[in-house]
Design a binder for this molecule. Structure first.
Ligand code: IVH
Length: 671
């Protein structure tokens, strides 16, 4: 078959564009890369020989433009506004309320209300202006009124058609959407950057934005960006369908990728359940999303609803809980706890995780640092979910530059220099000095805490201040403090001094179990303290408990018994308790703390726990007379969230139910 150059060029352009579309938009490659390259080279040659025949939608036009010196400013014909956020189901329900109320007030047919729900892509917002079906100009959002012309860079993105597919679209059609990095492409890019001695991008969003802002389009072309269309801007000529859902379908037909999640719902229940399902599907997606966008489906209704300030009344970003961010592990510090345990703490380059800046995270113990393969200087994954304390989940060894160093776990206490030893079957090292200042500080803080002696006004800062000025040396000495001493301290007003003395006085009326708990004996949490208090009835009986008697208290395990008898046989400790009592303590009958009463408390477990199986955790709850349920409701008292929790955590948050981390859960159960 013979061709004129014109007809062969036309054929090649159409064929290559079709392959590109199948590969980049549909993810269904139809020919091999080698075959594509062969056709591409043939087209290049023909175009070189016949420059007058080059089509503006030729795939060769995607690359090869010269670097710019700056991006030109572009004024948006229709401003690019932003969305207001709904955090969780309750706020999404509020949005639904507002829409319905507004429609009722305007006497619009509420019964016809439908919502379209799709993903909220976590990338860079872009406006694409097509004139008679040809990509004319691409711009960033900028301040919403005016953005930057990034046409050259945008043309390198193969998921964006240079010419709209299908029937001709006459006039102006502005397609808006999000430029994103697929997760796997992002990981690859970072590995390459680090190899080249460049700084890794913190997340796919930053990578997308950095790539689009390259003045040299060759750099942009070398990085695999993608694009999802989610709405229209300026439209002059073409007639859009009457609903958002149909518009999105229209965009798909024009050759764009659109949200893989796309649902139209009528009721609030269906809306909330679509949102929940979207969150569950999130982890398995190829790209990052930070929520869903819920839009009133009918364009006519959208128009009536209009805008409030700078955000539409007809749409809302229903955000998910932030899960993970990448940051640098700057250092590892050692904290010495109340029982002398040396706990490593990660010092992180501050990073926003779910709206909270995280700069520290516990690493638990030496084994964990090794298990997670953490080196100082590593890029690490930090996870925070719900109210759970932030954790370092893993390092990203592929991003190492060679400048990282191994953390040397100390052999001595960093606070007092005494030798630290690892107990039998223990993961932690402990400082052996009974008078270690760090231990004393932590014991004082614990003693004063709410579930212990409950000394108002004696928090961490105050304890540090007292120690710094040498005013206290142990628990008993707290009760020797005078008004003169306190009010002479920096920033201590008369009133606060008096209040602290009053709290100290009040704390002398203490139930026996709280006193035992307040002593800070290893393994003796609130539950065990209550048990001991009930069994002994008085401080004297407690102080004279023998190991044998302890073992006879069936609910107390061997390890705990050993720890209690160690405490009771240490002359220092016993002397301390006696000194304390010498200050006129009036010990009350044991009293169960609120958090202690698992009786009638309902628990829901979600995610994976590290130190026990789901079954073991359930058995524990049951053995403390608690109940375990499989779904979260208003009747749930606690949700225990392990790693990778599901939608139950989100639900707990929206219902305002207390969320416990694994550590908090173990504390509550005293294990
Ligand atoms: S619709 C009037 N739909 O979220 C605004 N926006 O604050 C209409 N985004 O920067 C925006 N995914 O780039 C819409 N499916 C989606 C989206 C989406 C991500 C971004 C958008 C904007 C921000 C909204």
């Amino acid at each position: 078959m013979s061709h004129t150059p014109q007809s062969r060029i036309d054929q090649l352009v159409d064929e290559l564009n079709e392959h590109s579309y199948r590969y980049y938009v549909l993810s269904q490659p139809s020919i091999s890369d080698a075959e594509y390259d062969r056709l591409f080279r043939e087209l290049e040659k023909l175009e070189a020989a016949n420059p007058q025949l080059i089509r503006s939608d030729s795939p060769t036009r995607r690359v090869g433009s010269a670097p710019l010196s700056a991006f030109a400013a572009v004024r948006h014909a229709v401003p690019m506004l932003s969305l207001s956020n709904a955090m969780g189901e309750e706020e999404l329900a509020d949005f639904d309320d507002q829409v319905r109320r507004f429609l009722e007030k305007e006497e619009l047919p509420v019964a016809e209300l439908e919502y379209a729900i799709e993903y909220k892509f976590d990338g860079v917002a872009i406006s694409l202006v097509y004139l008679d079906g040809q990509l004319e100009r691409a711009a960033t959002r900028g301040d919403g009124q005016q953005g930057e012309d990034v046409t050259q860079n945008i043309k390198t993105i193969r998921a964006i058609p240079l010419r709209l597919r299908g029937a001709s679209v006459k006039g102006v059609l502005e397609v808006r959407g999000e430029v994103i990095f697929l997760k796997r492409d992002f990981e690859k890019l970072n590995v390459e950057r680090v190899k080249a001695g460049e700084e890794a991008f913190a997340n796919p969003r930053n990578a997308a934005s950095g790539t689009l802002r390259q003045l040299d389009p060759a750099i942009t072309a070398s990085r695999p960006l993608s694009f999802f269309a989610y709405g229209a801007g300026q439209v002059e000529g073409p007639k859009l369908p009457p609903t958002h859902a149909e518009t999105i379908r229209f965009f798909a037909a024009l050759g764009f990728k659109t949200s893989p999640l796309f649902e139209v719902v009528k009721t609030r229940e269906a809306l909330l359940s679509a949102y929940r399902l979207a969150e569950e599907a999130r982890a398995g997606l190829e790209f990052e999303v930070d929520g869903t966008v819920v839009k009133v489906n009918s364009h006519a209704m959208q128009q009536r609803l209009g805008f409030r300030h700078r955000t539409p009344r007809w749409a809302v970003a229903a955000k998910f809980q932030a899960v993970e961010e990448h940051t640098k592990l700057l250092d590892i510090l050692i904290q010495v706890g109340r029982t002398g345990a040396l706990t490593p703490v990660a010092v992180l380059q501050p990073v926003q995780v779910g709206g909270v800046v995280v700069s520290r995270a516990t690493l638990h113990n030496q084994d964990e640092i090794e298990r997670k393969d953490l080196l100082i200087g590593d890029t690490v994954v930090v996870r925070r979910q719900g109210d759970v304390i932030p954790a370092v989940v893993a390092s990203l060894p592929q991003l190492r530059t060679g400048a990282e160093r191994k953390f040397q776990f100390p052999t001595h206490c960093p606070e007092c220099g005494s030798k630290a030893v690892r107990g039998e079957d223990e993961a932690v090292l402990r400082c052996t000095n009974p008078r270690c200042p760090a231990k004393i500080e932590q014991r004082l803080i614990h003693f004063a805490s709410r579930n212990a002696a409950d000394i108002e006004g004696l928090g961490e800062k105050m304890v540090a201040l007292l120690l710094e000025h040498g005013l206290v040396e142990d628990i008993a000495s707290l009760y020797d403090l005078t008004f003169e001493q306190l009010s002479a301290l920096p920033r201590m007003a008369e009133l606060s001094s008096r209040n602290l003395l009053e709290s100290l006085e009040r704390s002398k009326n203490i139930p026996l179990n709280k006193l035992i708990f307040a002593l800070g004996i290893r393994h003796v949490g609130q539950k065990t303290a209550l048990l001991l208090a009930k069994a002994c009835g008085s401080v004297e009986r407690f102080l004279s408990l023998t190991e044998q008697q302890l073992l006879e208290l069936h609910e107390i395990g061997e390890e705990t018994s050993r720890s209690i008898s160690n405490f009771l046989s240490a002359p220092d400790e016993v002397q301390n308790v006696r000194a304390l009592l010498g200050h006129g303590f009036k010990i009350q009958a044991p009293e169960a703390a609120q958090s202690d009463a698992l009786e009638g408390k309902s628990f829901v477990l979600t995610g994976t726990l590290e130190s026990m199986t789901r079954k073991e955790a359930e058995d524990k709850i049951l053995s403390f007379s608690g109940r375990v349920s499989s779904s979260v409701s208003k009747q749930t008292d606690y949700v225990v969230a392990g790693t990778d929790p599901g939608s139950k955590l989100e639900k707990a948050k929206t219902l305002g139910i207390k969320v416990l981390s694994e550590d908090q859960f173990k504390q509550l159960l005293d294990i």
